[in-house]
Design a protein around this ligand. Structure first.
Ligand code: ADP
Length: 584
């Protein structure tokens, strides 16, 4: 893990070395300042050496300027280095997440992943640049000052050392409390965040049930716990900063008293006493830095561990060595004795399932919800791996093709169409980013959305999504269809929208879909049976697999499950057994 961490310093090693050099300069200036003050008091003032006093002040000023420049460099370029490392890690994490399979995203919530991509990496970057700086400066300062102090007077330094140890013990003792309270604050922050997330995403539900007052109470409880936890954290911080200030003041008083006594006895000079007192006040800085470092270290390491945890997850679905790029598929799909389950501990969704889709034909899947229609669709682009048996396209198992080239041959129109923030043009171009504007327009015409777009003030440059035009469910569907027209794949999977559309939209979508299916092998998951009457084959799925199959006329005449489903949708007649099966 350390090696991986260090590898992120590599591209920025020059900046890093410069940063440490600045830290070194800063410590040296801080260390020589009191010694120079000693000469000033003990030599130049008693000897009334005015010219040296002026020269000396120039030297001190020079040191102050150097120190300021170093501080600036560390604060600016140190942070820049940290954020560059953070940038690299975030890219790596994002690229890695892209490779992970559907099952990973089934288990990990977007919110959690976002906090990893942002919060965790931020903590790591803070540690990455402050850590070495703080450690370096505090060790150098403490060791350097004691070295100088011992060279002035041993007994007085020993007394100082004793006082220092008390201060350090106090600091470590306090730090423990601080860690506990900070952890509580973090936990409470997370729980407020979770509450906000669920309350905001569920705000429509909340309004629908007029449950605002109830939600407010729940929110207030969590928000109060958060505030309360911070209050106790502030209390500890108060104890800590007041307490350590008190100890360092006591140190100064003790050193002044005992040091004064030493001056009277001529063991040390007044200038040396001043140097002692200056060093005493200086000690607080390295100690504070050290404490800060320890805290940052714990947070940064925890963040980095979480980072590595994800980076170590191997994508479950990858290209095998024998996988080949496929240019153009003819499009026959065969499910050959397929057994599939989402998780090893779950029941299989498909058991010894067989299905053949001939090239260029349209097959519709119907049946109650939960029987595995979407699952079948998800297996074709190899979003999940089958447990046994094989899904084959053009006579070869999916593993024979590289994932990217396989997925380029498949068009999907899903129930929830994702429209992202951007223009309509950009949204349709997602189907094939290198398409020309003319091609986009053609695709939109085929998808029966062109005239709607042209009717908008800004046409294809209209913004959609947040702050832009809101699209209806039917319009979104047609955007998705336009994307697939643009992509023009030989295989097509349509997961039909469940939500009801008005008749006109439904007719427009129906025609668009019919045009889309021409010359493509199509699998439609149909919720509205009106859309599939023209399908070459309709497959009725039940809990036990395929219950009925055939075209509309054949199945309707059979007067089985399909006929019942069909009648229930078209004649307002809903037999009990069908309602039970189609619920959910
Ligand atoms: P349908 O499309 O026919 O409504 P699905 O294929 O969506 O059915 O689901 C089939 C079964 O698999 C259901 O029991 C469902 O709960 C389960 N399932 C679907 N997706 C997942 C998933 N990502 N992880 C675990 N189980 C799932």
């Amino acid at each position: 893990m350390i090696k991986t961490f260090l590898s992120y310093y590599k591209p920025h090693r020059r900046l890093f070395i410069m940063d440490l050099l600045c830290a070194l300069m800063l410590s040296v200036v801080d260390l020589v300042f009191p010694i120079l003050s000693r000469t000033f008091i003990d030599d130049y003032i008693p000897n009334k050496n005015f010219s040296m006093m002026v020269t000396f002040s120039w030297i001190l000023l020079g040191l102050v300027v150097i120190r300021t420049l170093c501080e600036y460099f560390m604060a600016y370029w140190g942070h820049v280095m940290g954020s560059r490392m953070e940038y690299d890690m975030r890219n790596d994490l994002f690229f890695h997440l892209q490779k992970l399979s559907h099952s990973f995203f089934d288990e990990n919530k977007t919110g959690q992943l976002m906090s990893r991509l942002m919060g965790d990496l931020n903590e790591i970057s803070e540690l990455a640049h402050h850590g070495p700086e703080d450690l370096f400066i505090s060790i150098l300062m403490t060791a350097g000052s004691f070295f100088i102090l011992f060279s002035i007077n041993v007994p007085l330094t020993l007394i100082l050392l004793g006082l220092m140890i008390i201060l350090i013990v106090y600091t470590i003792w306090m730090r423990k409390f601080m860690m506990v309270t900070f952890r509580t604050v973090r936990r409470e922050t997370a729980s407020v965040n979770a509450r906000i997330e669920s309350a905001l995403s569920g705000i429509r539900l909340c309004k629908a049930f007029a449950n605002e007052a109830f939600e407010r109470e729940r929110f207030k409880t969590d928000n109060y716990a958060h505030m309360d936890s911070r209050k106790s954290a502030f209390k500890t911080i108060g104890y800590f900063s007041a307490g350590s200030g008190f100890f360092s003041d006591i140190m100064s008083v003790v050193i002044m008293l005992i040091g004064g006594f030493f001056v009277i006895k001529s063991e040390i000079t007044p200038g040396e006493l001043v140097a002692y007192i200056l060093y005493t006040t200086y000690f607080m800085r390295p100690i504070r830095r050290l404490v800060q470092f320890m805290q940052q270290f714990q947070q940064g390491v925890a963040g980095f561990e979480r980072f590595i945890e994800i980076m170590d997850i191997e994508p479950t679905i990858v290209d095998g060595i024998e996988a080949e790029d496929v240019k153009a598929l003819k499009g026959s799909i065969v499910f050959n004795d397929v057994t599939f389950r989402y998780e090893p501990h779950l029941e299989p969704v498909l058991k010894n399932f067989d299905l053949t889709l001939e090239s260029g034909k349209t097959v519709a899947l119907v049946g109650p919800s939960g029987v595995g229609k979407s699952t079948i669709a998800q297996l074709i682009p190899r979003f999940y791996e089958v447990e046994s048996g094989a899904v084959e396209i053009d006579g070869k198992p999916l593993q024979a093709y590289t994932l990217q080239s396989l997925r380029k041959q498949i068009g999907m129109v899903q129930q929830d169409v994702l429209i992202f923030h951007g223009t309509l043009l950009e949204n349709i171009l997602y189907g094939r980013p290198d398409a020309t504007q003319d091609e986009v327009m053609q695709a939109s015409q085929h998808a029966h959305i062109h005239s709607f777009i042209m009717g908008l003030e800004k046409g294809y440059d209209t913004f959609v999504g947040e702050k832009g035009v809101k699209l209806s469910g039917g319009q979104k569907q047609r955007i998705a269809i336009a994307r697939v027209f643009l992509k023009n794949p030989p295989l097509l999977i349509l997961d039909e929208a469940t939500s009801a559309l008005d008749n006109e939209t439904e007719a427009a979508i129906q025609t668009a879909i019919e045009e889309l299916t021409v010359n493509r092998t199509t699998l439609i998951i149909a919720h509205r049976l009106s859309t599939i009457q023209k399908a070459d084959e309709i497959i009725v799925l039940g809990e036990e697999g395929i219950m009925e199959r055939g075209n509309h006329d054949k199945l309707y005449q059979q007067n089985g499950l399909y006929a019942k489903l069909y009648n229930s949708q078209f004649k307002g007649y809903i037999p009990d057994e069908v309602t039970n099966q189609t619920e959910g």
